[in-house]
Every structure is written in structure tokens, then in C-alpha cells.
Design a protein around this ligand. Structure first.
Ligand code: NAD
Length: 331
């Protein structure tokens, strides 16, 4: 049997990526939805053939508890809502996937992990790139020291945010921060899985605010460095007013580069020896199938809540470094 997934929050990512990916998955399928908007419920019901009994709103969501059609609840809400809804999901006894960044504080991450443990359910974070061939190749090149020890990483993830200035991504409460929370997390992840190690300290600097009408609560851009125990340094940047998608690694005897690197498709990679020639795949389908497999075979997720919490801890240290101008040790 294919496991049933219920998506919570039918915004852009659920609509354009996750629901289509769930038509391509082999071990799970789109079984239900949780939405606060009745017109969306109606449209999704027709488009994806979802029975009425599998359609919930935020107040009825706890009734998923008794629904055998649903095995996994996937939280795709604004960052500041991840903790509350992941905990609600865990309390239904269903396994949980939560989108990145896991939450807006380490304390919330801890509460989410505790709730999943208490209810004996698995928790996984929406880190799709762990299931992507170019990124898997980078993990191999870096961690297995194919070109020797890595000494330098460069990572940048940015886009120009336009449109409605009242969106949740610009709201400190709902987003937890600006481009660092949304995009910088890919650079943090990329550096860590290149090296197979966590940074021991960070330094950081906020960029200038040139669009104060948009950036009155969260940063417009940020540059930061992650210092690793073995001497490697990752030079990173994220901005909501620029365009970038690059992950580069330099080792003793060679280098590699993914550019563009962090998108849903069109990833291109090369090394000092030539093009990587790897396929682009449906990342989200692979990510959700891998989690379904973990549940079916009772294995741990490759991208568990603990990894999400580790990253939020680093993001918070980067903010502290940018605020204070000091080098901040990662505890
Ligand atoms: P979105 O704005 O398109 O959708 C957010 C959804 O939350 C909407 O359906 C909205 O109605 C609902 N919502 C409920 N309460 C809300 C409130 N108080 N304020 C605002 N919206 C509210 O956002 P999105 O791009 O779909 O992002 C959702 C989550 O998915 C975020 O955590 C984001 O970081 C993550 N995401 C991950 C990826 C990825 O590649 N893994 C890509 C995009 C988004």
C-alpha cells in the first residue's frame, strides 16, 4: 500500500511542487489536505479526487487521528507556524514532514522533536537536495576527499523579492528573519554536507538596506562565514535583492561547482575534470518516497528533526554574529 500524505497549507510550494510531485511518487500519494480556505478545498478536491472525509481545516485537523487514509502530515505553512502545527500533527499519531527552516527558534525545534518522540512518530525536514544527484555527488567529493581535503566553500542563494510588501516572508514573526532563514539555510546545508562536519564558529555582516519599504523588519541581505575545526572556511551570502544560486568547493587537488545549484530543476555541475553529466530528477518525489520508505522499514530519516534543529541553531548564531559584529562560537 502507498502511504497517504496530507498537505497542511496550500500555498505556492504545495500547489506547484508538492502536489504535482505526489503524482510521481511510488511509496506515497496525496490523500488529504488541511486548508483554511474553502475555495481551495473545493478546487483541490476536484483536481486531485480527494474525498470529503480527507479534507480538514486548521480547527478540525486533530481529527486526522482516526483517519486510516492518512499516514504522513506535511507542514507547508509560514516558518513561524511550523512548531505549533508540527506538534498538532504529532499529536494525531501520524508521522510528520516539516518544511525548512524547521522553526524560528531552537526552543521550538526542541519542542517539536519532543512531541514527535512522545507520540512515537518520525519527523523529517523538507531538505529535498539530499535526494538530488548533483548534491549527492558533492557530498561524495567532499566527504570522501576525492580531490583531497576541502579548504574553501563558497555558497550563495538569492532572489529579487518583488510584489506585495506585506507577505509573510518579510514579517519577522512569521518568517523568523529574512533571506538567511529562507535561502541562506541552503548555503549552511551545502557547506555542512560538502565537509561532513559542522562549523565551530561564525562571523557575519548584514548588507545595506536599499528598499526600506520592504525591509523594515527583516534583513535585505547578509554575508557570513562559517569556520570549521579543520581550518576550512565557507564564504556565504543570501539576499532578497540579488540573483544567485551557487555551491562551490575547493580541495587540495581539484574543485567543483554547482550553478545553478539550489533550484527544483536545471541544476548544472562541473568539476576541475569536466562536466558532471548527472540527471535532474523530481527532488520532492524522491524526498517524500525516501521518508515513506523510512516509515515502511522503520528506519531513521536522512534529514531528521535533529538536523533541522542543528541548522536553526547555526542560523541564530549567524544573526547574533551580524548583530554584535563578533565571532560567535557554535554550541
Ligand atoms: P506561501 O505563502 O505560498 O504559502 C503559505 C500558505 O500558508 C498559504 O496557503 C497560506 O494561506 C497559509 N497560511 C496559513 N496561515 C497563514 C498566515 N497567518 N499567514 C500567511 N499564510 C498563512 O508560502 P510557500 O512558499 O508555500 O512556503 C511555505 C513553507 O514552505 C515555508 O516554510 C517555506 O520556507 C517552505 N518552502 C520550502 C521550499 C523548498 O524548496 N523546500 C520551497 C518553497 C517554500
Amino acid at each position: 500500500k502507498k502511504l497517504g500524505v496530507a498537505l497542511v497549507g496550500l500555498g505556492s510550494y504545495s500547489t506547484h511542487q508538492l502536489a504535482p510531485a505526489l503524482q510521481d511518487t511510488e511509496k506515497c500519494h496525496l490523500a488529504g489536505i488541511v486548508t483554511g480556505t474553502p475555495s481551495k478545498a473545493e478546487a483541490w478536491k476536484r483536481k486531485y479526487n480527494i474525498p470529503d472525509k480527507n479534507i480538514y481545516n486548521y480547527d478540525t485537523m486533530q481529527q486526522i487521528k482516526g483517519n486510516p487514509d492518512i499516514d504522513i502530515i506535511y507542514i507547508v505553512l509560514p516558518n513561524g507556524m511550523h512548531a505549533e502545527y508540527t506538534i498538532k500533527a504529532a499529536e494525531t499519531g501520524k508521522h510528520v514532514i516539516c518544511e525548512k527552516p524547521m522553526a524560528t527558534s531552537v526552543e521550538d525545534c526542541k519542542r517539536m522533536i519532543d512531541a514527535c518522540n512522545r507520540n512515537n512518530v518520525k519527523l523529517s525536514i523538507g531538505y529535498r537536495l539530499h535526494f538530488e544527484p548533483h548534491h549527492q555527488r558533492v557530498m561524495e567529493l567532499g566527504q570522501q576527499k576525492v580531490y583531497g581535503a576541502v579548504n574553501k566553500i563558497e555558497a550563495a542563494d538569492s532572489f529579487v523579492l518583488r510584489g506585495d510588501p506585506t507577505v509573510w516572508r518579510l514579517d519577522k514573526e512569521l518568517a523568523g528573519g529574512g533571506p538567511l532563514m529562507d535561502l541562506g539555510i541552503y548555503c549552511v546545508q551545502g557547506a555542512i554536507y560538502t565537509l561532513g562536519n559542522e562549523p565551530s564558529a561564525v562571523t557575519a555582516k548584514f548588507g545595506e538596506i536599499t528598499r526600506p519599504d520592504y525591509f523594515d523588519e527583516v534583513e535585505q541581505s547578509i554575508d557570513w562565514q562559517m569556520h570549521f575545526q579543520d581550518g576550512a572556511v565557507a564564504y556565504c551570502s543570501s539576499s532578497y535583492n540579488d540573483s544567485a544560486s551557487r555551491l562551490y568547493g575547493k580541495a587540495k587537488n581539484g574543485w567543483w561547482e554547482l550553478q545553478p545549484s539550489f533550484g527544483y530543476s536545471g541544476i548544472k555541475g562541473r568539476t576541475s575534470e569536466g562536466p558532471m553529466n548527472l540527471p535532474n530528477v523530481n527532488q520532492q518525489a524522491r524526498q517524500m518516497d525516501a521518508f515513506a520508505e523510512c516509515i515502511l522499514e522503520n528506519k531513521e530519516s536522512r534529514v531528521p528533526g535533529e538536523m533541522g534543529m542543528r541548522d536553526v541553531n547555526i542560523l541564530m548564531a549567524i544573526y547574533e554574529a551580524a548583530r554584535t559584529g563578533k565571532k560567535v562560537q557554535i554550541s
